[in-house]
Write a protein that binds this ligand. Structure first.
Ligand code: GLN
Length: 469
């Protein structure tokens, strides 16, 4: 089992990866979990430090030669002419990009049920959701016995959430640490590419490789505190804040909360100081509307380019004007949640409404950032459960109203609005489903959350892997 040894240990020993075994395993498990959008096992690179390590890529990250649908029908025929910087970096290090993973359409969702193609299934219980929007990435990472790391992407929690639901580690870096060149944007001021793996060190290893300044993305910076893969597992003397607003709110499952408190106890045993704190500005009532107003406003402008001319499906039409043609293509190519967000996004930034919504949300965002910064003056990291619930059944999720689903993002949208790094590490199970602990750090202090996650993992261990086939 890959969880027995870290990928770095395997690489150090000179072990190589079994492409044939990977292919057989992927073909078997994917029939059950629907995690993959497209795959190609002919690409193999054994050179470089990664010696052919299998890496999967979320379908909104472009790889020349692979389709990139971002979970949308409108991009079904799109073949990118560019390769994202993150992918180039992995390939240059000898990683083997073999699959694109399923996701919510353009990243719009919390359960990956908004994929235009197929709903990926949770490997621990295939009647349940994977979480979203990087649901395929998390499900594949969770189900595969072969060593593998996934590239995911988060705007408001899309790495942490599915990582928690599928029992794997997910790291979302500081905004600007990793290049977004070659990413199909959701909301430019929020999007980050990050990593998922069965162990903290494996996710950190690939994050080290994809980080750094990129001429092709002016928001990137070369900052950090050295190699994250090499960070020691250590929380001795660390001060950990647990915000009451992240623990006591409507929608937080009692059993998940209890599991979290049990887990945080490990830190006290390891010599950290844990304190409950008040952070009123990160309460659900502020973070959820602020996030959705900003995310939808940015998304609605980003999606304007998918109109059937430059990108996406094209067709012969009887329509006489561009507007009619564009409407026809967009009506057919976009799913319901995409249409809702385009309409709402336009409304929120429209003259006459913009001050009341979009501009106000930007001001609240500033206050939310200040509140985190203030907390980091006295504490090293912030901890909470990652999601307030375990992965729901697909049938139940179908009956849940969108507004209730948005509220389930309460714990993950705050750090995304602030652009601060966060990490979900498996911390046990409730009703046989995985639960994640969320560790949040100050800007470019990935080292602290990685140190704390490694310390937890060394003490607690990793979860028993699911049996999919
Ligand atoms: N659930 C959130 C949304 O729908 C987050 C998704 C994401 O991070 N891409 O916007």
């Amino acid at each position: 089992m890959s969880s027995e040894k870290s990928i770095r240990q395997r690489l150090k020993k000179g072990e190589s990866f079994d492409l044939k075994g990977l292919k057989e395993e992927v073909n078997k498990i994917d029939k059950k979990i629907g995690a993959i959008r497209s795959k190609d096992f002919s690409i193999m690179n054994n050179g470089g430090e990664l010696r052919g390590l299998p890496v999967s890529v979320k379908d909104n990250i472009c790889v020349e030669g692979f389709p990139a649908t971002a979970g949308s029908k409108i991009l079904e025929t799109y073949r990118p002419e560019i390769t994202a910087t993150v992918v180039k970096k992995i390939q240059n290090s000898g990683g083997n990009i073999f699959a694109k993973t399923n996701q919510d359409e353009f990243g719009f969702g919390t359960f990956s049920m908004n994929s235009a193609f197929e709903i990926p299934k949770n490997p621990y219980d295939t009647e349940r959701v994977t979480g979203g929007s990087s649901g395929g990435a998390a499900a594949l990472t969770s189900a595969l016995d072969q060593p593998h790391v996934a590239l995911g992407q988060s705007t408001g929690g899309s790495i942490s959430n599915p990582a928690a639901f599928c029992g794997v580690v997910g790291i979302t870096p500081t905004y600007g640490k990793v290049s977004r060149y070659g990413l199909i944007d959701y909301a430019n001021s929020l999007d980050k590419i990050g990593t998922m793996a069965q162990r903290v060190e494996d996710a950190a290893l690939i994050l080290d490789i994809i980080s750094g300044k990129d001429e092709k993305d002016f928001t990137t910076l070369d900052r950090g505190n050295g190699s994250l893969a090499e960070v020691k597992p250590d929380v001795k003397g660390m001060k950990i804040a647990v915000p009451r607003q992240y623990i006591e709110f409507e929608g937080m499952d009692k059993k998940v909360r209890e599991k979290f408190w049990d887990s945080i106890g490990v830190y006290e045993d390891l010599g950290a100081e844990v304190e409950e704190v008040d952070m009123p500005k990160i309460a659900k009532e502020y973070v959820v509307p602020t996030y959705y107003i900003i995310a939808m406003s940015e998304a609605s402008t980003n999606l304007a380019k998918f109109c059937g001319m430059r990108y996406g499906i094209e067709k012969d039409t009887e329509k006489e004007s561009f507007n009619e043609y564009f409407s026809e293509i967009r009506s057919e190519g976009f799913g319901d949640e995409v249409k809702r967000r385009v309409l709402l996004g336009h409304f929120l930034r429209q003259e006459g409404y913009k001050d009341a919504y979009y501009i106000k949300a930007l001001k609240v965002r500033r206050l939310i950032i200040e509140e985190y910064k203030e907390t980091f003056k006295n504490y090293d990291i912030i901890a909470s459960p990652t999601m307030p619930i375990i992965a729901p059944k697909i049938a139940e999720a179908r009956k849940t109203k969108m507004i209730e689903i948005y509220a389930m993002d309460t714990l993950t949208v705050g750090p995304n609005l602030a652009g601060i790094p966060h990490l979900s590490v498996p911390c046990g199970k409730v009703d046989r489903m995985p639960v994640g602990m969320h560790l949040i750090g100050d800007h470019f202090r990935e080292d602290k959350i990685v140190a704390a996650a490694k310390a937890f993992e060394s003490d607690f261990g990793t979860l028993e892997r699911p049996k999919v086939v």
